[in-house]
Design a protein around this ligand. Structure first.
Ligand code: G3H
Length: 249
Protein backbone atom coordinates (compact mmCIF):
# COMPACT_ATOMS: atom_id res chain seq x y z
CA UNK A 1 0.00 0.00 0.00
CA UNK A 2 1.49 3.36 -0.94
CA UNK A 3 1.85 5.95 1.76
CA UNK A 4 2.01 9.61 0.75
CA UNK A 5 5.18 11.29 2.05
CA UNK A 6 4.40 13.69 4.90
CA UNK A 7 6.49 16.66 5.97
CA UNK A 8 5.48 18.57 9.09
CA UNK A 9 7.11 21.74 10.32
CA UNK A 10 6.79 22.25 14.06
CA UNK A 11 7.61 25.88 14.77
CA UNK A 12 7.31 25.27 18.53
CA UNK A 13 7.23 28.46 20.63
CA UNK A 14 8.97 30.66 18.06
CA UNK A 15 8.19 33.65 15.91
CA UNK A 16 6.88 37.18 15.68
CA UNK A 17 4.22 38.29 13.23
CA UNK A 18 6.91 39.54 10.88
CA UNK A 19 8.97 36.35 11.13
CA UNK A 20 5.91 34.20 10.55
CA UNK A 21 4.98 36.20 7.45
CA UNK A 22 8.51 35.75 6.13
CA UNK A 23 8.47 31.98 6.59
CA UNK A 24 5.08 31.73 4.90
CA UNK A 25 6.25 33.86 2.03
CA UNK A 26 9.27 31.58 1.50
CA UNK A 27 6.98 28.54 1.48
CA UNK A 28 4.50 30.18 -0.87
CA UNK A 29 7.22 30.93 -3.41
CA UNK A 30 8.81 27.48 -3.22
CA UNK A 31 8.64 25.02 -6.05
CA UNK A 32 7.94 21.66 -4.46
CA UNK A 33 6.56 18.30 -5.58
CA UNK A 34 2.79 18.26 -6.03
CA UNK A 35 0.28 17.46 -3.31
CA UNK A 36 -0.14 14.02 -4.87
CA UNK A 37 3.45 13.29 -3.86
CA UNK A 38 3.92 15.08 -0.55
CA UNK A 39 1.62 16.37 2.17
CA UNK A 40 2.99 19.46 3.89
CA UNK A 41 1.69 20.71 7.24
CA UNK A 42 3.14 23.58 9.25
CA UNK A 43 2.46 24.08 12.91
CA UNK A 44 2.77 27.63 14.23
CA UNK A 45 2.03 28.63 17.81
CA UNK A 46 -1.71 28.98 18.54
CA UNK A 47 -1.67 32.77 18.26
CA UNK A 48 -0.46 32.65 14.66
CA UNK A 49 -2.69 29.81 13.41
CA UNK A 50 -5.30 32.03 11.79
CA UNK A 51 -2.75 34.35 10.25
CA UNK A 52 -0.76 31.47 8.78
CA UNK A 53 -3.90 29.74 7.53
CA UNK A 54 -5.02 32.94 5.80
CA UNK A 55 -1.66 33.53 4.07
CA UNK A 56 -0.44 30.01 3.35
CA UNK A 57 -0.70 28.46 -0.11
CA UNK A 58 -3.72 26.20 -0.40
CA UNK A 59 -1.78 22.98 -1.03
CA UNK A 60 -0.12 23.25 2.42
CA UNK A 61 -2.06 22.89 5.66
CA UNK A 62 -1.76 23.97 9.27
CA UNK A 63 -1.62 22.11 12.55
CA UNK A 64 -1.97 23.23 16.15
CA UNK A 65 0.75 22.06 18.52
CA UNK A 66 -1.63 20.75 21.18
CA UNK A 67 -5.26 20.70 22.22
CA UNK A 68 -7.24 20.00 25.36
CA UNK A 69 -8.10 16.42 26.24
CA UNK A 70 -11.88 16.91 26.40
CA UNK A 71 -14.60 19.35 25.48
CA UNK A 72 -13.70 22.94 26.32
CA UNK A 73 -14.92 24.71 29.44
CA UNK A 74 -13.30 25.95 32.62
CA UNK A 75 -9.72 25.04 31.66
CA UNK A 76 -7.75 28.26 31.79
CA UNK A 77 -5.06 28.53 29.17
CA UNK A 78 -6.20 25.54 27.15
CA UNK A 79 -7.46 25.40 23.57
CA UNK A 80 -10.10 22.81 22.69
CA UNK A 81 -10.31 20.54 19.68
CA UNK A 82 -13.71 22.11 18.95
CA UNK A 83 -12.09 25.55 18.67
CA UNK A 84 -9.54 24.26 16.19
CA UNK A 85 -12.28 22.70 14.11
CA UNK A 86 -14.24 25.94 14.31
CA UNK A 87 -11.23 27.84 12.93
CA UNK A 88 -10.79 25.34 10.11
CA UNK A 89 -7.50 23.97 11.47
CA UNK A 90 -7.31 20.39 10.17
CA UNK A 91 -4.35 18.97 12.10
CA UNK A 92 -2.99 18.85 15.64
CA UNK A 93 0.30 17.57 17.08
CA UNK A 94 -0.26 15.53 20.23
CA UNK A 95 2.19 13.99 22.68
CA UNK A 96 5.30 15.88 21.68
CA UNK A 97 8.18 14.90 23.96
CA UNK A 98 8.55 18.46 25.18
CA UNK A 99 5.01 18.30 26.55
CA UNK A 100 5.50 14.79 27.90
CA UNK A 101 8.67 15.85 29.72
CA UNK A 102 7.97 19.46 30.72
CA UNK A 103 4.23 19.22 31.33
CA UNK A 104 4.11 15.64 32.59
CA UNK A 105 1.80 14.35 29.88
CA UNK A 106 1.52 10.61 30.49
CA UNK A 107 1.02 7.91 27.86
CA UNK A 108 -2.59 7.53 28.96
CA UNK A 109 -3.28 11.27 28.80
CA UNK A 110 -1.77 11.42 25.32
CA UNK A 111 -3.95 8.47 24.26
CA UNK A 112 -7.05 10.25 25.58
CA UNK A 113 -6.08 13.43 23.75
CA UNK A 114 -5.54 11.62 20.45
CA UNK A 115 -8.91 9.89 20.79
CA UNK A 116 -10.76 13.10 21.63
CA UNK A 117 -9.13 15.11 18.83
CA UNK A 118 -10.01 12.39 16.30
CA UNK A 119 -13.57 12.23 17.59
CA UNK A 120 -13.94 15.93 16.81
CA UNK A 121 -12.70 15.48 13.24
CA UNK A 122 -9.08 16.59 13.63
CA UNK A 123 -6.20 14.72 12.05
CA UNK A 124 -3.45 13.90 14.51
CA UNK A 125 0.33 13.80 14.39
CA UNK A 126 0.98 11.59 17.42
CA UNK A 127 4.52 11.75 18.80
CA UNK A 128 6.45 9.00 20.50
CA UNK A 129 10.13 8.41 21.26
CA UNK A 130 12.67 7.23 23.80
CA UNK A 131 15.19 9.16 25.89
CA UNK A 132 18.93 8.55 25.60
CA UNK A 133 18.91 6.68 28.88
CA UNK A 134 16.15 4.39 27.62
CA UNK A 135 18.00 3.76 24.36
CA UNK A 136 21.24 2.98 26.14
CA UNK A 137 19.49 0.56 28.45
CA UNK A 138 18.06 -1.29 25.45
CA UNK A 139 14.43 -0.37 26.08
CA UNK A 140 13.72 1.71 22.96
CA UNK A 141 11.14 -0.68 21.53
CA UNK A 142 9.35 -1.33 24.80
CA UNK A 143 9.08 2.44 25.40
CA UNK A 144 7.71 3.30 21.95
CA UNK A 145 5.45 0.24 21.98
CA UNK A 146 3.96 1.34 25.31
CA UNK A 147 3.44 4.87 23.97
CA UNK A 148 1.79 3.49 20.84
CA UNK A 149 -0.33 1.02 22.82
CA UNK A 150 -1.71 3.85 24.97
CA UNK A 151 -3.01 5.41 21.75
CA UNK A 152 -4.13 2.11 20.21
CA UNK A 153 -6.13 1.32 23.37
CA UNK A 154 -8.23 4.46 22.83
CA UNK A 155 -8.86 4.54 19.10
CA UNK A 156 -10.25 2.20 16.49
CA UNK A 157 -9.64 4.15 13.30
CA UNK A 158 -6.08 5.08 12.31
CA UNK A 159 -6.97 6.75 8.99
CA UNK A 160 -6.33 10.23 10.36
CA UNK A 161 -3.25 9.45 12.42
CA UNK A 162 0.38 10.03 11.48
CA UNK A 163 2.82 8.47 13.94
CA UNK A 164 5.92 10.61 14.56
CA UNK A 165 8.91 8.73 15.94
CA UNK A 166 11.08 11.33 17.60
CA UNK A 167 13.92 10.04 19.74
CA UNK A 168 14.27 12.59 22.53
CA UNK A 169 18.08 12.51 22.30
CA UNK A 170 17.86 13.69 18.68
CA UNK A 171 15.49 16.60 19.22
CA UNK A 172 17.17 19.97 18.92
CA UNK A 173 20.58 18.43 19.58
CA UNK A 174 22.00 18.24 16.07
CA UNK A 175 22.48 14.51 16.77
CA UNK A 176 20.22 12.97 14.14
CA UNK A 177 19.41 9.26 14.23
CA UNK A 178 21.27 7.38 11.55
CA UNK A 179 19.11 6.19 8.67
CA UNK A 180 19.63 2.62 9.96
CA UNK A 181 18.53 3.58 13.50
CA UNK A 182 15.41 5.32 12.21
CA UNK A 183 14.57 2.48 9.83
CA UNK A 184 15.00 -0.12 12.57
CA UNK A 185 12.51 1.56 14.91
CA UNK A 186 10.04 2.42 12.14
CA UNK A 187 10.11 -1.17 10.91
CA UNK A 188 9.57 -2.49 14.44
CA UNK A 189 6.72 -0.04 14.97
CA UNK A 190 5.05 -1.20 11.78
CA UNK A 191 5.44 -4.78 12.96
CA UNK A 192 3.93 -3.80 16.32
CA UNK A 193 0.97 -2.21 14.54
CA UNK A 194 0.52 -5.27 12.39
CA UNK A 195 0.52 -7.65 15.35
CA UNK A 196 -1.52 -5.50 17.71
CA UNK A 197 -3.82 -3.40 15.56
CA UNK A 198 -4.02 -4.94 12.10
CA UNK A 199 -2.10 -5.54 8.90
CA UNK A 200 -4.02 -2.86 7.00
CA UNK A 201 -3.31 -0.22 9.61
CA UNK A 202 0.36 -1.20 9.67
CA UNK A 203 0.59 -0.94 5.90
CA UNK A 204 -1.23 2.37 5.56
CA UNK A 205 -0.18 4.39 8.62
CA UNK A 206 2.56 6.88 7.93
CA UNK A 207 5.44 6.70 10.37
CA UNK A 208 7.53 9.85 10.15
CA UNK A 209 10.86 10.66 11.78
CA UNK A 210 11.74 13.75 13.82
CA UNK A 211 14.93 14.87 15.50
CA UNK A 212 17.57 17.18 13.97
CA UNK A 213 16.35 16.63 10.41
CA UNK A 214 17.86 19.20 8.07
CA UNK A 215 18.47 19.89 4.41
CA UNK A 216 21.67 17.86 4.44
CA UNK A 217 20.52 14.66 6.12
CA UNK A 218 16.93 14.37 4.87
CA UNK A 219 17.61 12.58 1.58
CA UNK A 220 19.24 9.52 3.09
CA UNK A 221 16.61 9.24 5.82
CA UNK A 222 13.84 9.63 3.25
CA UNK A 223 15.30 6.72 1.31
CA UNK A 224 14.53 4.26 4.11
CA UNK A 225 11.55 2.05 3.25
CA UNK A 226 9.66 2.64 6.50
CA UNK A 227 10.41 6.36 6.84
CA UNK A 228 7.31 8.07 5.42
CA UNK A 229 8.35 11.64 6.06
CA UNK A 230 9.49 14.00 8.77
CA UNK A 231 8.45 16.17 11.66
CA UNK A 232 10.93 19.02 11.55
CA UNK A 233 11.62 21.49 14.34
CA UNK A 234 14.47 24.01 13.99
CA UNK A 235 14.96 23.59 10.24
CA UNK A 236 11.27 24.24 9.58
CA UNK A 237 11.89 27.89 10.48
CA UNK A 238 14.51 28.19 7.75
CA UNK A 239 14.48 28.13 3.94
CA UNK A 240 16.03 24.64 4.03
CA UNK A 241 12.59 23.33 4.99
CA UNK A 242 11.90 23.51 1.25
CA UNK A 243 14.78 21.09 0.61
CA UNK A 244 13.29 18.73 3.18
CA UNK A 245 9.93 18.86 1.39
CA UNK A 246 11.74 18.06 -1.86
CA UNK A 247 13.26 14.93 -0.32
CA UNK A 248 9.85 13.34 -0.95
CA UNK A 249 10.94 12.54 -4.48
O1 G3H B 1 8.73 18.32 16.44
C1 G3H B 1 9.88 18.35 16.01
C2 G3H B 1 10.96 17.75 16.74
O2 G3H B 1 10.93 18.09 18.08
C3 G3H B 1 12.30 17.91 16.10
O3 G3H B 1 12.91 19.12 16.42
O4 G3H B 1 14.16 19.25 14.27
O5 G3H B 1 14.59 20.89 16.10
O6 G3H B 1 15.31 18.50 16.32
P1 G3H B 1 14.33 19.46 15.75
Amino acid sequence: MSRKFFVGGNWKCNGTTEEVKKIVSTLNEAEVPSHDVVEVVVSPPFVFLTLVKSLLRSDFHVAAQNCWVRKGGAFTGEVSAEMLVNLGIPWVIIGHSERRALLNESNEFVGDKVAYALSQGLKVIACIGETLEQRESGSTMSVVAAQTKAIADKITNWDNVVLAYEPVWAIGTGKVATPAQAQEVHCELRKWLSENVGADVAASTRIIYGGSVNGANCQELAGQPDVDGFLVGGASLKPEFVDIIKSAT
